[in-house]
Design a protein around this ligand. Structure first.
Ligand code: GDP
Length: 308
């Protein structure tokens, strides 16, 4: 089994590549749930949904979220009725959130709901939330503490960030199957996701980081940072807030202790030796994924390195 840890944007790109080159029944994805939010009374799990839609061939890869070709009639009407609609949800996407919310009301766990939705959408790879317990990524700004979605979507990640915390993480447990998957994996792939707000919450669930540190199987990461900036989104800004350098080296330091191999950008060749000195095998490659061919190529390179 190949196990991937992921958020929803850079991670989904590599997951799409992995699904194209690995037998999907041998692929297990552990998703961040720290971004989960309630909108209009509905439970939204943005990263799980992006990964599920990606693996179902439904994702809107242009936008990077939602379902391709979705319409927004419900949003428009919600707006007319005076609802706050800064978080855009397509009509078909809403059906997912309605289903998840109904199943929560029937006291089903997030892992069971995720399993039901992925099967209904014909996904053969396994998708697990990092935890069935509620963990909320909170971003502290000068104007107060806000959810990750408020920071990322509503505020377009403009506010200065003082700190990030994962409320509920300390008392949480990994979802059923998460630790077993890590312990039995042939290889673990740490996707090029935000190290602070996508991989960070996963590592904050007690037991997950320790399991990654203990396993013999190789743990291979791909950098989400090129030079001093993220390819998209606020990862560089949040790395600095957390006291790390905004670079692939900063990400490598963040993952030190469990990361064996790290794929960084060809442009970052000058810092490869310093990452190597942390005891992490480092290779330079084209890590930008714009086409499906890029995603497949990078997934193939990562897997070849992980399973050599
Ligand atoms: P989120 O849940 O939307 O924050 O999604 P992720 O954490 O999975 O993805 C965000 C990260 O993906 C950012 O830090 C980006 O720099 C990174 N990213 C986006 N596109 C690419 C790409 O083509 N290649 C790589 N290596 N990273 C990317």
């Amino acid at each position: 089994m190949i196990v991937a840890l992921t958020g929803g944007t850079g991670g989904a790109k590599l997951v799409e590549g992995l699904a194209a080159v690995v037998d999907p029944s041998q692929l297990l994805i552990i998703c961040n749930t720290g971004d989960d939010c309630v909108f209009h009374g509905l439970h939204v799990s943005p990263d799980i949904d992006t990964i599920t839609y990606t693996l179902a061939g439904l994702s809107d890869t242009e936008k990077g979220w939602g379902i391709k070709g979705d319409t927004f009639a419900a949003m428009e009407h919600l707006g007319r009725l005076g609802n706050d609609i800064w978080f855009n949800l397509g009509d078909r996407d809403l059906a997912t959130h309605i289903t998840r919310t109904r199943l929560f009301r029937e006291e089903r766990k997030l892992s069971e709901i995720t399993e039901q939705i992925r099967r209904a959408l014909g996904v053969t790879a396994t998708i697990l939330p990092m935890s069935d317990d509620r963990i909320e990524t909170r971003v502290q700004t000068a104007a107060g503490e806000i959810s990750f979605q408020e920071f990322f979507v509503k505020e377009r990640w403009a506010p200065d960030v003082r700190a990030v915390r994962f409320v509920g993480a300390e008392q949480s447990r990994p979802a059923p199957g998460v630790l077993e998957a890590i312990r039995r994996a042939e290889a673990i792939i740490v996707c090029p996701s935000n190290p602070i707000t996508s991989i960070g919450p996963i590592l904050a669930v007690p037991g997950i980081r320790a399991a990654l540190e203990q396993i013999e199987a190789p743990v291979v990461g791909v950098s989400p940072i090129i030079g001093a900036a993220a390819i998209s989104g606020p990862a560089h800004k949040l790395l600095r807030t957390a006291g790390w350098q905004a670079s692939a080296l900063g990400v490598a330091r963040c993952y030190r202790g469990f990361l064996d191999n790290f794929m960084i950008a060809a442009e970052d060749e000058s810092i490869a030796a310093e990452i190597q000195s942390l005891g992490i095998e480092t290779r330079c490659a084209n890590i930008r994924m714009t086409s499906l061919a890029d995603k497949r190529r990078l997934a193939t390179e990562v897997l070849a390195w992980a399973t050599k």
